[in-house]
Design a protein around this ligand. Structure first.
Ligand code: GUN
Ligand code: ZN
Length: 427
């Protein structure tokens, strides 16, 4: 068991959402945070932390910014080794690069190697929780959960189910998808910091029977998350219409099979119709914005401002390896750029909130992770606002904290991550 530690720095936490009212006013800046074991005990002045824990070890991070660890709400850890593959759009990209790589996860040794590599890379980038698709192989889920458990990480993942429109070597059936998902869920869900997400890849690669089976499993385990993809590219939407001619829209292919709910996570959600937006909002479903993926694969521009204004629950994600970076800093930068293309610049406080509390809220874990407050789990990241000469010369002439932070959001990478804490342990 770890003891008590005081971290000094510029400790940023959110008193409310920066999408309601003036963004900067949602943020509280404190001198220090007190970690007791695996949790955050207190936040406040250095004197108050010292009074609360006179024996605590102390680390002074000076002008560094201390944030909640980044929460990446949609990734495919099996796509780690094929990130940044050139020249294809969604369907061709899946067939050319993704499916051949995912085939390799039938080998448990390969699955373990990539799970460890992925968790090393993301920790170095300050990401402490992620919600991952695995492959159709149960071994790929075992590998990911085992690696995450050894690191004490809060993670969500599930077996990716597909029973059509995928190569034979990557297909299960409605029954085997149900049986294997259920067995994994029963073994892992709620163990240590691990949660299971029921994971039909997307409507094109599941028969209606398989979606029914996934919906039945979710109804039997309503405390689980369910993750899938929704309206990423226009070609994909046309394909879905052809495959499900009776459906009112793409979302309806999930809705009709019991796969729409408040614990549902819908990756991309770019080209939505009014009915879809209404239904998603009524359920409080999670819409997961994957900006580097949306520009890299050429999918489109997520309507952050419009969806936020109508009260949608939105998380932020890399979508590794359709996304082109493991970094949530780079992901915030891409979200900013897409906002600019739509005429709505996001404030630095909004970007940081999306990468921490917004994603945690979408995962229904905002009472555990995604903010720095007493009782929350001690997943923290320490940001160096002068990590490269290019960033340092810009932040040096900043007039306030936000102007000092923004160059790191736009130009930062793993070099900006000075320290990472997972479950009260320094990584
Ligand atoms: N839609 C279905 N599968 C995938 C995937 O692996 N990546 C992305 N970006 N979109 C998908
Ligand atoms: Zn995805």
């Amino acid at each position: 068991m770890t003891g008590k530690t005081i971290l000094r720095g510029q400790v940023l936490s959110f008193a409310r959402s920066p999408f309601e009212g003036a963004p900067a006013d949602a943020v509280q800046v404190d001198e220090a945070v007190l970690i007791d074991g695996s949790h955050i005990a207190a936040v406040g002045t250095l004197a108050a932390m010292r009074a609360a824990a006179p024996d605590a070890a102390e680390t002074n991070h000076g002008a560094h910014v201390i944030l909640a660890g980044f929460v990446d709400a949609h990734v495919h850890y099996p796509q780690t080794a094929m990130i940044a593959s050139w020249g294809k759009r969604l369907i061709d990209w899946l067939n050319t690069y993704t499916f051949p790589e995912e085939r390799k996860f039938a080998d448990p040794a390969y699955a373990s190697e990539i799970a460890a590599r992925y968790l090393d890379l993301t920790a170095a980038h300050g990401t402490t929780t992620m919600c991952s698709f695995c492959t159709i192989h149960p071994e790929s889920v075992e590998a990911f959960f085992s690696e995450a458990q050894a690191r004490g990480q809060r993670v969500v993942a599930g077996k990716t189910c597909m029973d059509r429109n995928a190569p034979e070597f990557l297909r299960d059936t409605a029954q085997s998808a149900y049986d294997q998902s259920r067995a994994l869920l029963q073994k892992w869900h709620g163990v240590d910091r691990i949660s299971y997400a029921i994971t039909p890849r997307f409507s094109p690669t599941s028969t209606p029977e398989q979606l029914d089976a996934m919906g039945a499993l979710w109804a039997e385990h309503p405390d689980c998350l369910m993750q899938t993809h929704l309206s990423e590219q226009t070609d994909e939407i046309e394909w879905v219409k052809g495959l499900y001619p009776e459906a009112r829209d793409y979302l309806d292919t999930y809705e009709q099979h019991g796969l729409l709910g408040g614990r549902g996570l819908y990756g991309h959600a770019i080209h939505l119709e009014k009915r879809e937006r209404d239904r998603l909002r009524e359920h409080g479903a999670g819409l997961i914005h994957c900006p580097t993926s949306n520009t890299f694969i050429g999918s489109g521009l997520f309507d952050m401002a419009g969806l936020m204004a109508e009260g949608q629950r939105i998380g932020l994600a890399t979508d590794t390896g359709g996304g082109s970076s493991f970094s949530m800093l780079r992901t915030m930068a891409a979200a900013y750029e897409i906002g600019q293309l739509r005429g709505v610049p996001l404030h630095a406080a909004q970007l940081i909130w999306l990468a921490t509390q917004g994603s945690a809220r979408a995962l229904r874990m905002d009472h555990q992770i995604g903010n720095i407050a007493p009782g929350m789990e001690a997943d923290l990241v320490v940001l160096d606002l002068a990590s490269t000469p290019a960033i340092a010369q810009r932040s040096a002439v900043a007039d306030d904290l936000w102007e000092a932070l923004f160059p790191t959001i736009m130009m930062g990478d793993d070099r900006a991550i000075a320290e990472v804490w997972i479950g009260g342990r320094r990584v």
